[in-house]
Structures are given as structure tokens and as C-alpha cells.
Write a protein that binds this ligand. Structure first.
Ligand code: RIB
Ligand code: CA
Length: 310
């Protein structure tokens, strides 16, 4: 089997957790490190959740230290969305692992070792990646691509125009998007095509797997939030897991190449501006996911639960 060296940069987070569970169920992904970043909840929770999740999933990869705050602006999180501690109130068992090194140093080392084959998958704000590219610009040609969950084609989820990951640290997005490294943007409204209904979330529960407690708790947390939501907000998108699904099987999505800029200031900070007519004459720097296949994603979640079956 051809092993693909990847780094997963993440702010666990309930959907990050399902995403890492999915990635871990696919041995073709050679996960070189999990690099936590501040995001959904403060760094002390995202980092500890990452450390404990790697232990819980019996993963054999280091968890690094990462960025505690955005590059230049105040840290704001989405604690209300991900519940106490970031995992919908679930407390993972303590890990005997310790944090190893810093995200930017490990990414540099792995990029050199992979010699052009390293894929970086980002499930949270891009702070760690921006720091890497600022500290070690020489490794840019060695990064095969950066696949981001972030941004959107049209509307935001934190402000009218900005998606959360890119809103937290828009300066980091600007640095990454101008870097020249190949980028795939799995945005909010594209991944939302692969939504799950409340009944579909419920149907995934109750399986006899090694991850039952954690998986079912997150499903219940998501179900509770959808049931409490308004009528037009009853569908659940597991954004980060759909991004991993695209990395695993690009046929799950459709993409278009565009020039994409990001607003870094003011009310629309984090807004990903897709220059469809390339009016600004910039390089077509981003492959934008425009659609995701709901049936294929559901099938991948079923396969994942099979992988973890007792
Ligand atoms: O906007 C969705 C993104 O923000 C997901 O990555 C979710 O985990 C949160 O980080
Ligand atoms: Ca996330």
C-alpha cells in the first residue's frame, strides 16, 4: 500500500475528533504528527484533547505543542458550539503521552523527510501553518499541498461572511494563501452538501466498537444541538470529517481553481473572496471545493465504524 505522509493540524473540537477518528481508520494515511492549535476552545483544551485522543485511538504519532493565540489579534473561541472542554462535555481518559516539540519544527522536519510528498490537513485556524511558512520559507516547495477546512464560497457561520477557522486568524490565512503552496479549500457551504439529518446521526449510534463511548457521546451532543435549533438549522455538517473524507477519496467532491484572497480587517475579517473572474489578475492559488457527496460521506462513516468494530 502506498503510504501518504500527512500532518493533521487541529483544534479538537467535536468534528475534529470524528475527523481524526476517520483518518486513523485509513492506514494509507501515514499520520506523522497531530499539531494542536487554539480555536474551538482555548489552547489548553484543544492541546489536551489532542493528546488524550491520540492515546484513546491508540495512534502511534507525536502530538506537538502549537500556537496558543492567533498571530496578531485577540483570541476568540467557539466554546458555546463545542461544549465544556471542547468535546461536548466528554472527558477522555488522561494520556501518558507528552507533547513533543513544536508544530512548525516538526512540520519542517517531516517536509524534508517526505521530500515533496507531505500533505498538511488543517481542521482549525491556520496559525501553526503560517508560523511554519514564516520561519522556514525554504520548505514551501517540499509541501505537496495544504488541504484546509475553512473559508466559504458565499456566507459565513461566525459573521455574515466569515467561517470560524479563518475568522479566528485571518492574517494566518493571508500568509498561507499567498505562499504559493498548493491549497485545497474545503469551505463551509461546500461541505454542507454532505450534511446528516438527526435520524441519520441517531442511526450511527449504538454500534459495538472500540470508540462507542466517545463517538456516541459526540453524536448525542450534535443531535441535541440540532433538536434545539430552529427549523432551518436541523441538518448537521461534520465539517472536518468531510475534509478528511475528501483527502481520502477526492471523488467525494467537485473543485474549481480560483484566485482566493482573504479579508484580514474589520467586520468581514476572515472572508474568503473568490475572484471568479480573476479581476485582480492574481495567480489561481486555490482549488475550491464546490460540492461534497452526502451518500459517499455517509458510506465512509459506516466503513469507519466497521474498522473500529470489536
Ligand atoms: O467552521 C467550522 C470549523 O470551525 C470546524 O473546523 C470546526 O471544528 C470549527 O473549528
Ligand atoms: Ca476544527
Amino acid at each position: 500500500m502506498l503510504k501518504r505522509p500527512v500532518i493533521i493540524d487541529t483544534d479538537p473540537g467535536v468534528d475534529d475528533t470524528i475527523a481524526i477518528m476517520l483518518a486513523n481508520a485509513h492506514p494509507e494515511l501515514d499520520i506523522k504528527a497531530i499539531t494542536p492549535v487554539t480555536g474551538n476552545v482555548p489552547y489548553k483544551y484543544t492541546s489536551e484533547n489532542a493528546l488524550r485522543l491520540v492515546k484513546y485511538l491508540e495512534m502511534d504519532c507525536p502530538v506537538t505543542n502549537g500556537a496558543v493565540n492567533p498571530l496578531f489579534i485577540k483570541c476568540e473561541d467557539a466554546g458555546s458550539v463545542h461544549g465544556k472542554g471542547g468535546l461536548g462535555g466528554y472527558e477522555l481518559p488522561p494520556s501518558d503521552k507528552t507533547f513533543e516539540g513544536y508544530a512548525w519544527d516538526i512540520i519542517k522536519e517531516e517536509a524534508i523527510k517526505a521530500d515533496g510528498e507531505l500533505e498538511i490537513i488543517t481542521l482549525g485556524p491556520l496559525t501553526n501553518i503560517a508560523i511554519t511558512l514564516l520561519r522556514y520559507p525554504e520548505i514551501k516547495p517540499l509541501i505537496k499541498r495544504i488541504v484546509c477546512m475553512g473559508g466559504s464560497q458565499y456566507d459565513g457561520n461566525v459573521t455574515p461572511k466569515a467561517e470560524f477557522n479563518f475568522w479566528v486568524d485571518p492574517d494566518a490565512v493571508d500568509i498561507v494563501f499567498r505562499s504559493g503552496v498548493p491549497i485545497v479549500m474545503c469551505g463551509l457551504d461546500s461541505t454542507e452538501h454532505a450534511y446528516l439529518t438527526i435520524d441519520e446521526l441517531k442511526a450511527l449510534q449504538g454500534r459495538d466498537t472500540k470508540v462507542k463511548e466517545l463517538f456516541d457521546h459526540i453524536m448525542s451532543f450534535m443531535i441535541g444541538r440540532r433538536e434545539a435549533a430552529t427549523e432551518d438549522d436541523k441538518l448537521q455538517t461534520i465539517y472536518d470529517a468531510i475534509t478528511i473524507a475528501y483527502v481520502l477519496d477526492p471523488s467525494i467532491g467537485k473543485t474549481e481553481k480560483h484566485s482566493v484572497l482573504v479579508e484580514t480587517k474589520g467586520i468581514n475579517k476572515g472572508w474568503t473572496i473568490i475572484d471568479r473572474r480573476n479581476r485582480a489578475g492574481n495567480p489561481l492559488n486555490v482549488e475550491v471545493l464546490t460540492w461534497a457527496d452526502r451518500d459517499k460521506f455517509k458510506a465512509m462513516l459506516e466503513e469507519m465504524l466497521e474498522y473500529y468494530k470489536n
